[in-house]
Design a protein around this ligand. Structure first.
Ligand SMILES: C[S@@+](CC[C@H](N)C(=O)[O-])C[C@H]1O[C@@H](n2cnc3c(N)ncnc32)[C@H](O)[C@@H]1O
Length: 412
C-alpha cells in the first residue's frame, strides 16, 4: 500500500492512537507555523497580551459579562497562549509525557493546556486572588506569591499580572511570584509565555521541582494552588498544600481559603442528564430544585483549610501508602430507594472572601460518581475495590495521599 510520508509518520499508521496523536501534532505545527509566518513577534506578543488583559477586564468589571462574552475572551486567550506554546518548540516527549509521581498525576503540557479556558474556575480564582492581593498591599509594601503546580500557562496569575501592568495598578516592586512545576515541558512553555507577555519583572523564580519537596527560601504571603480533579482524586492538591502551608507567614493566606468535599447519594439519570436538558451550559446557577430535592446529601467528607492542614496527621500503612483521616458520616435511614442510588463526590471551593468555584462551575468541582460504593445493595460480583454498607451505618472516610489520591471508605 502506498504510504504518504509526513516526517517519519506514515498514513497507514493511523490505527495506532499514539501515532495518530503524533500526526495531529505535526499537522497542527505546520498550520501554526503558517499562521505565525504572517505576524511579527511584536504583533504576536501584543495580541497575546491584549487577550489576557481583555479576559481579566471582563472578569474584574463591576458589570456582569455574559457567558458568550466570556467564552469568546477565554477562547482568544487560549488560542494566543497556544501560539506562544508552539514558539517554545517542545519535543514530542516534553509535550506528551505524563506520569504518576509519589503524590499524584503529573499531567502532560498537552493535556494541561485546556485549563486556561476553564472560565468559571479562573473567574473564581482570579477574583479571589485579586481581592487578596489588594487586601495585603493595602498594609504591606510588597508581597511574595507562591504558585506551585502552575502548569504551562500559570493561568491563575499571569492574566492578572498582565492586567495590573496594563492598568498601572501594581508593579513588580509590590508583587513577586515564585512559579513551581515538576514537568520540564511546563517550565519551558511557561518561560516562553512569561517572556512573550513581558512579565519577567514580576518573577522571583521559576523552579522545576516536585512541589511536595520544594522548600522556598523566603516567607510566602500568598499560596495559590489548584491541582485538583473532580471528586478530589488523582492530582496532589492535598499533599502539596499540606507541605507548603508551613511556609506561609503568620498572616499569610492560602488560596483557596477552603475546599469542602461533600458526598451525596443520587440517581445518575436525574443528576447528570435530566437536570441539564434545557441548560445552556453546566453551572451552579443552573442547578434544578427538583434535582437538588432528589439528592440525599451525606454531608462533608473533608474540609481543607490552613488550620486543618497544619493539624493534619499522616497515617503510614504498608507499601509506603500514606493516608489522613477525613470525616465519618452516617448513611440516613428511611430512604426507600437507597439501593438504586450511587455515591457522587463534589467540591465547593471558596477562593477568598465570597469568591469561589461551586459545584458544576468547572470540571474540578463536577460531582464524580463512585460506582464502587454500594448502599443496601450488593454488586453481582464482589471485588476487593467494592465497598458495601447499609442505611444507618457510619462510614469513616480516609484520604489516600500516595500514588492515586482519593477517598477510601471504611465501615466503623
Ligand atoms: C492541570 S495542570 C495545573 C493547573 C494549573 N494550576 C492551572 O491553574 O491551570 C497540572 C500541572 O501541575 C503540575 N503538578 C502536578 N503535581 C505536581 C507536583 N507535585 N509538583 C509540581 N508540579 C505538579 C503538573 O506538572 C502540571 O504541569
Amino acid at each position: 500500500m502506498e504510504k504518504h510520508q509526513m516526517g517519519n509518520v506514515s498514513k497507514t499508521d493511523y490505527a495506532d492512537p499514539n501515532i495518530d496523536q503524533l500526526l495531529k501534532h505535526t499537522v497542527r505545527n505546520q498550520l501554526e507555523s503558517l499562521l505565525k509566518a504572517k505576524l511579527t513577534t511584536a504583533q504576536r506578543q501584543q495580541a497575546l497580551t491584549k487577550s489576557f488583559v481583555d479576559a481579566m477586564t471582563l472578569i474584574l468589571s463591576t458589570t456582569q459579562a455574559t457567558h458568550a462574552q466570556l467564552t469568546a475572551a477565554f477562547e482568544a486567550m487560549y488560542d494566543h497562549a497556544l501560539q506562544s506554546m508552539s514558539m517554545a518548540d517542545l519535543s514530542e516527549e516534553l509535550l506528551t509525557r505524563q506520569y504518576i509521581s509519589a503524590t499524584g498525576l503529573i499531567m502532560s503540557p498537552q493535556n494541561c493546556r485546556h485549563t486556561i479556558k476553564d472560565i468559571y474556575r479562573i473567574k473564581g480564582y482570579a477574583k479571589g486572588i485579586d481581592k487578596a492581593i489588594r487586601g495585603m498591599l493595602s498594609h504591606k509594601g510588597s508581597i511574595t506569591i507562591l504558585y506551585p503546580a502552575c502548569g504551562p500557562f500559570a493561568p491563575l496569575i499571569l492574566p492578572l499580572l498582565s492586567y495590573y501592568k496594563d492598568q498601572n495598578e501594581f508593579n513588580h516592586e509590590q508583587i513577586k511570584v515564585l512559579f513551581v512545576d515538576a514537568h520540564p515541558g511546563a517550565i519551558v512553555t511557561l518561560k516562553q509565555l512569561i517572556n512573550d507577555l513581558q512579565l519577567g519583572e514580576f518573577v522571583a523564580d521559576i523552579i522545576e521541582e516536585d512541589a511536595t519537596i520544594y522548600e522556598p527560601e523566603q516567607a510566602i504571603d500568598l499560596l495559590v494552588l489548584e491541582a485538583m480533579q473532580h471528586g478530589f482524586t488523582r492530582e496532589g492538591q492535598l499533599s502539596i498544600a499540606k507541605h507548603l502551608v508551613k511556609f506561609l507567614t503568620l498572616d499569610g493566606w492560602m488560596i483557596p481559603r477552603s475546599v469542602s468535599i461533600k458526598g451525596m447519594m443520587i440517581h445518575g439519570e436525574t443528576e447528570y442528564n435530566q437536570q441539564w436538558k434545557d441548560a445552556e451550559y453546566c453551572h451552579s446557577d443552573h442547578l434544578r430544585d427538583s434535582a437538588l430535592n432528589e439528592r440525599v446529601e451525606l454531608g462533608e467528607l473533608m474540609r481543607i483549610d490552613k488550620s486543618a492542614l497544619l493539624e493534619m496527621t499522616e497515617i503510614e500503612l504498608e507499601d509506603d501508602i500514606k493516608v489522613v483521616a477525613a470525616n465519618a458520616v452516617t448513611i440516613p435511614t428511611g430512604v426507600e430507594d437507597m439501593s438504586t442510588r450511587i455515591l457522587a463526590v463534589y467540591a465547593q471551593i471558596n477562593t477568598f472572601d465570597e469568591e469561589g468555584v461551586d459545584q458544576y462551575d468547572s470540571g474540578i468541582t463536577h460531582p464524580k460518581p463512585d460506582m464502587s460504593f454500594y448502599v443496601d445493595a450488593r454488586p453481582k460480583e464482589l471485588e476487593h475495590t467494592h465497598f458495601v454498607a447499609n442505611s444507618g451505618d457510619t462510614v469513616q472516610f480516609y484520604y489516600q495521599l500516595s500514588g492515586m489520591p482519593g477517598f477510601v471508605p471504611v465501615k466503623v
